[in-house]
Design a protein around this ligand. Structure first.
Ligand code: THU
Length: 139
């Protein structure tokens, strides 16, 4: 879907930029912010949070989604991942799995950088044949 047709794109992007400013990434120095629009029309955000025990690092996308779940939201319309890298940052494999849990397969996922360049995918493109609750619960 065209970025200009995404409701409140600029507002979501601002929330992703705000989260970016709060990234805790002293080890990689790779700062990431993410923000999503929930089905209820709220905007939630998250940043990456690293740890001296490196494997405990949590990405911006998962912190964003988990932050929303804590606030009672479990459905999302769109997510934007913001970095200040020339290369646009796609979600890692773990984040793709978590996105697939809570977003429709057709939902758009955007990567945006400081030059306002962007790339977009659908959830389905990022993780085809995802293992989701319907596989587990036989719905
Ligand atoms: N990271 C994210 O926050 N999101 C991504 O989509 C890719 C990677 C973080 C994890 C780690 O703090 C740093 O970027 C380098 O991998």
């Amino acid at each position: 879907m065209d970025k200009n047709k995404i409701a409140r794109f600029d507002e979501i992007l601002s929330a992703a930029k705000e989260a970016y400013q709060r990234a805790y990434a002293p080890y990689s120095n790779f700062h990431v912010g993410a923000a999503a629009l929930t089905a209820d029309g709220n905007i939630v955000n998250g940043c990456n949070v690293e740890n001296a025990s490196y494997g405990l690092t949590i990405c911006a996308e998962r912190n964003c989604i988990n932050h929303a779940v804590v606030n009672g939201e479990q459905q999302f319309q769109v997510i934007i991942i913001y970095t200040e890298q020339d290369k646009l940052t796609p979600p890692c494999g773990a984040c793709r799995q978590v996105i697939a849990e809570f977003f429709e397969q057709s939902a758009p996922v955007f990567a945006v950088n400081h030059k306002n360049e962007h790339k977009q995918w659908t959830v389905q493109q990022l993780l085809p044949d995802a293992f989701t609750p319907k596989d587990l619960l036989d719905l």
